[in-house]
Design a binder for this molecule. Structure first.
Ligand code: RB5
Length: 151
């Protein structure tokens, strides 16, 4: 049977945020390591104001360049950075806001980036969502046909 998990222990997972997400990024980097992944931190690394598209595009490019197998994108709401990441063909960023959406993003959409809003979810919720996202395989079947139509 095909292994449709997004990443396996030892795989590199890119993580990026703007200034609004920098604290949550630090917490989630630790969680990625605890899950056995190797985080690739693409910044930002301070609370100085930056533009989320710069970090979203860098995250998508790291995956397209195969420097990472998957990504985690954070801004204040998760909206801006998920829009930026999704402007790249082959990248499917899911803006999840609870455990159920983190799970369905993998099962139905084969999302390869988990986007979250640091002003929307707290660190504990975000860690649970991260764990669920990476533990959930893609369900394939009718969903594969739909995902293929995304381009
Ligand atoms: C920054 O203040 C904020 O606009 C950004 O983090 C994000 O929420 C945009 O979608």
């Amino acid at each position: 049977m095909t292994d449709t998990r997004l990443a396996r222990p030892g795989d590199i997972v890119a993580i990026a945020s703007d200034h609004a997400g920098v604290e949550l990024k630090t917490a989630l980097k630790g969680e990625l390591s605890a899950l056995g992944f190797v985080p690739l931190d693409l910044g930002t690394n301070s609370s100085d104001s930056v533009d989320y598209p710069d970090f979203g595009h860098a995250l998508a490019q790291a995956i397209l360049d195969k420097k990472a197998v998957a990504g985690v994108a954070i801004c204040g709401t998760g909206i801006g950075i998920s829009i930026a990441v999704n402007r790249h063909a082959g990248i499917r960023a899911a803006l999840a806001y609870d455990d159920a959406t983190a799970k369905l993003a993998r099962e139905h959409n084969d999302a390869n980036v988990l986007a979250m809003g640091a002003r929307i979810v707290n660190a504990d919720q975000a860690k649970t969502m991260l764990k669920t996202f990476f533990a959930t395989p893609f369900a394939g079947d009718r969903h594969a046909r739909r995902v293929a139509k995304l381009g």
